[in-house]
Design a protein around this ligand. Structure first.
Ligand SMILES: Cc1cc2nc3c(=O)[nH]c(=O)nc-3n(C[C@H](O)[C@H](O)[C@H](O)COP(=O)(O)O)c2cc1C
Ligand code: SF4
Length: 499
């Protein structure tokens, strides 16, 4: 298939119960060919006002098609982003930079499945210990140490275990996992087989957002080819290890990227977020120990197995080791996918990689891994890319999508946009998230309309505190983090609206 064909949407999805279906936004492929309303498209709406106006009319809304380098985007024409590696070692993006490795033949020609062949000659403990030594941290947002999670699953008494790849990639501005899955699908499959071998799982799922139909088609073909080559199925490589893998297509819900929600979704249950503990490592899919990692996290594994955990830990800096893929949005002069080592500054990302802002625009701020994460104002762009370092300024590494805002975006407008998204995608379990986000959206809409009687900044601050203190998951706390960064760094744009 060439990259411009749009494959069928819900091949393989299970039928939904009525009470479950009502949770989702896109159960009938409503997003096909529609314009996107995500934050990267919002930031670039002046580049194509017609496309943005169309996006704002969509019911249901369509968020994040994974084409933020060409934002505002209207899917799915399947364009390809530019790809560049600037790290000393290319761990993740090598095959994309060489064109692609969509077929198993191309993957094998570029060292594919050598890590698995090597691992099968050693013990699961060797794989586990390499991951621990690598200091790899999850790339899905939370930065949790991968080795600790793997060790926990491997140590459970229950023998039925699962491996799940989180391919929901809902963060606005992130289009990393999409192109990895479409142009290097076997690297994810190999990473998942290695994970299953290490933790003793016999079954795995790739939870894929439905807005990425081409990813689904490519992955399903890759699974067939991996089976035919003997890398999936019974007695892999002549050992006693057996593993089956399938793709599960989501139905349009940002919150289903959250791990407990995602697992309920695969089970066919209403995917409201659940309190932890117990963590999925102890009680995940169908109550069994489950290793759930992000796509990019898993794609690091073959390199770690081939080169050793120590070699991986030599890359990066501070407590953030290895490389990270960043996806730059269309407001940069050079949007695209970049593999960098942790430790580069945000300024380096904006100026050296992105080539500054398109049309000589003035940087108002940048969100990395948003939108439910703090905004980085221009005076803090010398902060290095690192989990703790960005966390200390109220921002984060998140998923690695980099969205810049220029003078076309007013900060109150951005707040309304983010809270509108937050309210629309809330799972509804916590009141401050369900009702409070919609209220903050309203307050800012009223403030911008000049109706100060319906816009109280103190009420807004109180709602943000409630969101921060009482939210069950990172959706609510992330919205609070975003709002706090705005109230802290942009008072000169916020306060005049409320007078
Ligand atoms: C609202 C919400 C949405 C999330 N969406 C994603 C997502 O799309 N992809 C992802 O990998 N992690 C997402 N996460 C994080 C997951 O819950 C989980 O931490 C992650 O997938 C674990 O994998 P990792 O350890 O490899 O990062 C989300 C979290 C929250 C709270
Ligand atoms: S914070 Fe929001 S999305 Fe998360 S559990 Fe509560 S209501 Fe659901």
């Amino acid at each position: 298939m060439n990259s411009t064909q749009t494959p069928s949407l819900f091949n393989g999805a299970h039928p939904l119960r009525a009470d479950v279906e009502s949770f989702y936004h896109l159960t009938k492929g409503e997003h096909a060919g529609k314009a996107c309303q995500g934050t990267a498209c919002f930031a670039a709406r002046h580049l194509n006002p017609g496309c943005w106006a169309e996006a704002m009319q969509n019911k249901p809304r369509v968020y994040c098609l994974g084409e933020c380098f060409a934002a505002p985007a209207k899917g799915q024409t399947n364009p390809r982003p530019p790809v560049k590696i600037t790290s000393r070692q290319s761990v993740v993006l090598g095959r994309l930079a060489n064109g692609n490795a969509r077929t198993i033949k191309a993957y094998i020609e570029q060292d594919g499945y050598t890590a698995l062949a090597k691992a099968l000659k050693s013990s699961p403990e060797d794989v586990l210990s390499a991951v621990e030594k690598s200091s790899l941290r999850g790339r899905g947002g939370a930065g949790f140490p991968a080795g600790r999670k793997w060790r926990s699953v491997a140590g459970q008494k229950e023998q039925v275990r699962y491996v799940v790849a989180n391919a929901d990639e809902g963060d606005a501005g992130a289009y990393i996992d999409r192109y990895l899955m479409e142009d290097d699908p076997h690297s994810l499959i190999e990473g998942m087989i290695l994970a299953a071998y290490a933790v003793g799982a016999a079954k795995g799922y790739i939870y894929l957002r439905s807005e990425y139909p081409l990813s689904g088609t490519v992955l399903r073909q890759a699974l067939v080819d991996a089976h035919a080559a003997g890398w999936l199925g019974d007695k892999i490589g002549g050992t006693d290890f057996s593993f089956e893998l399938e793709v599960y297509a989501g139905h349009g819900s940002y919150v289903c990227g959250e791990e407990t929600s995602l697992l309920r979704s695969i089970e066919g249950n209403r995917p409201e977020v659940m309190a932890r503990p117990p963590y999925p490592t102890e009680s995940g899919l169908w109550g069994k120990p489950t290793l759930l990692n992000n796509v990019e996290t898993l794609i690091n594994i073959p390199w770690i197995v081939n080169h050793g955990g120590e070699a991986y830990a030599e890359l990066g800096f501070s407590k953030s080791r290895g490389t990270k893929v960043l996806s730059l949005n269309s407001l940069f002069n050079r949007p695209g996918l970049y593999e960098v080592e942790f430790g580069v500054t945000v300024r380096h990302i904006i100026e050296e990689l992105g080539g500054g802002l398109r049309g000589g625009g003035t940087l108002k701020g940048v969100i990395i891994g948003g939108p439910i994460i703090g905004m980085i104002p221009p005076h803090l762009v010398d902060t290095p890319l690192g989990f703790e370092e960005l966390g200390a300024i109220g921002a984060g590494v998140g998923h690695g999508g980099v969205v810049a805002f220029d003078e076309h975006t007013s900060i109150p407008d951005l707040v309304e946009h983010v809270f509108s998204f937050g309210a629309y995608e809330s799972c509804g379990k916590c009141t401050p998230c369900r009702s409070g986000s919609a209220r903050i959206e309203d307050i800012f809409a009223n403030a911008m309309a000049g109706d100060a009687t319906k816009a109280d900044l103190q009420e807004c601050r109180d709602l943000v505190t409630a969101l921060k203190l009482t939210s069950l998951c990172g959706h609510g706390t992330g919205l609070a983090r975003f709002a706090e960064s705005i109230l802290r760094y942009y008072p000169e744009e916020i306060e005049p609206c409320f007078k």
